[in-house]
Design a protein around this ligand. Structure first.
Ligand code: UD1
Length: 423
């Protein structure tokens, strides 16, 4: 069993290159199923969720070959009836994009119910509602999502009841080849929605308004393959910015779109960290003895502070003097990682959807777990700032979404390694 071992209190100096964005690459990979054709995708991160998705595409009959930074995929001829084992689809959330993709291309889909990180209940009612609005039947039956559009999919007006990234993506996938015009209201505005729309438009689709809360899609059946560069991962960038602020030192996080991480930059500035923003990089500077200021932060949909950065900022404020408040505005229960920080000495009380952090308590390395992907990143950040040695298990959860986290942090001077322990 492999674990990550970190010896803390070493300031970080150097440059970290950001990989392609997992949460943009996942819907784009499933969109290749919708389009059908030959693709060259640049910048796919080498993380478990992406490799699992490439496996799903292969099982559908699409050859996928990684050549250096490019991945070649051919979805021209697929077996539309190929069933993907439940054990595979349950390993991540994004597998439900196969429903929108297959429904859009073949008029029907039978896909296992997805898994993903445990943040409390994760309903898919808005996904099903969008398929139904476009003229399909859509139900969950015995562990599978079944959707079918016997008379084809027809453009329509979709009103979401809340802002959902996944439901917006599935609605776009299903509507792209539908007959006529679809309008999606209360759409999510995350950069990965824009990236998916740009990808599909490169394939011949007609999507406008992505990045706003109203997206319009004029259905188009004649789509084709393309070459496309995935955008940089704003959550990976934010994680390393936060890690540098926690450990101290001077780190350039390179290959980013600074606009996407403005909300994280703003919080670090508020805490007294120096952030020098350039065209495609941000430099984080914190003298190791510089005291951090307490903050209040609430995770909300983009362009607000991302819920996928909530655990990491909570780990950072453990080192800030005074009481910080970290609130979760998207998920019911995204504080399971708090117990791991408390194990290291943090003073945190969770009241409803807010973590109240009494900063400045001495943190010491011990044995902790990655309870989910970003919760795993939070314990890494805490360990970099803590006294002594931290041993982190369940690291496959971290590797679902971070491309070479150990190598990238070691590259800027962290004392971090991946160690095999006997079972
Ligand atoms: C995606 C991200 C996840 C991130 C989240 C919010 C991927 C693979 N995952 O998850 O990392 O934390 O966006 O930025 O990209 N909801 C419903 N009904 C639905 C759908 C959602 O009630 O049908 C609720 C959820 O319970 C949650 C909120 O809407 O409270 C937002 O969920 P959503 O944006 O859909 O998250 P995901 O797309 O699953």
């Amino acid at each position: 069993m492999d674990k990550i071992v970190i010896c803390g209190k070493k300031p970080l100096y150097g440059t970290i290159d950001v990989s392609g964005m997992k949460n943009a690459a996942l819907p784009i990979l499933f969109a290749t199923v919708l389009v059908g054709g030959k693709f060259v995708l640049e910048n796919l991160p080498d993380v478990n969720d992406i490799n699992l998705t490439l496996k799903i595409l292969t099982l559908l009959g699409a050859p996928c070959v990684r050549r250096g930074s490019a991945t070649e995929i051919d979805t021209t001829h697929l077996d539309e009836n190929a069933e993907i084992p439940l054990s595979l689809v349950k390993k991540m959330r994004a597998s439900y994009y196969l429903v929108g993709a297959k429904l859009g291309r073949y008029g029907k889909a039978h896909v296992g119910y997805p898994g993903g990180c445990d943040f409390g209940t994760r309903p898919i009612d808005q996904h099903l509602k969008s398929f139904r609005t476009l003229g399909a039947s859509a139900e969950v039956n015995g562990g599978y999502i079944d959707a079918e559009a016997k008379d084809g999919l027809y453009g329509s007006h979709i009103f979401f009841d809340m802002v959902s990234v996944g439901a917006t993506i599935n609605a776009i996938l299903a509507a792209t080849r539908a007959e006529g015009m679809t309008i999606i209201e209360s759409a999510a505005r995350e950069p990965h929605i824009v990236d998916l729309a740009n990808f599909l438009n490169t394939c011949g689709a007609h999507i406008t308004g992505a990045g706003t809360d109203t997206i319009k899609i004029r259905g188009e059946k004649n789509l084709h393959g393309c070459s496309y560069d995935i955008i940089p991962d704003m959550i990976e960038a934010g994680t390393y910015m936060t890690a540098a602020a926690a450990a101290g030192g001077r780190v350039v996080v390179r290959g980013v779109i600074p606009k996407h991480i403005e909300s994280v930059t703003a919080k670090l500035l508020e805490m007294g960290v120096t952030v020098n923003v350039a065209d495609d990089s941000v430099e984080i500077v914190r003298e190791p003895d510089k005291e951090l200021t307490r903050i209040m932060v609430k995770a909300v949909p983009y362009p607000g502070f991302p819920t996928d950065m909530q655990p990491q900022i909570c780990a950072l404020v453990c080192g800030a003097k005074g009481t910080s408040y970290v609130s979760e505005g998207v998920w019911d229960n995204r504080f399971r990682y708090v117990e791991e920080l408390v194990r290291m000495g943090a003073h945190i009380l969770v009241e409803g959807k807010t973590a109240i952090v009494e900063g400045g308590a001495p943190m010491k390395g011990t044995q902790v777990s990655a309870v989910d992907l970003r919760g795993g990143a939070a314990v890494v950040i805490a360990a970099l700032a803590a006294e002594g040695i931290t041993v982190i298990d369940n690291i496959e959860l971290i590797e679902r979404g971070y491309d070479d986290l150990v190598g990238k942090l070691a590259g800027v001077g962290a004392d971090i390694r991946r160690v095999s322990f006997p079972d």
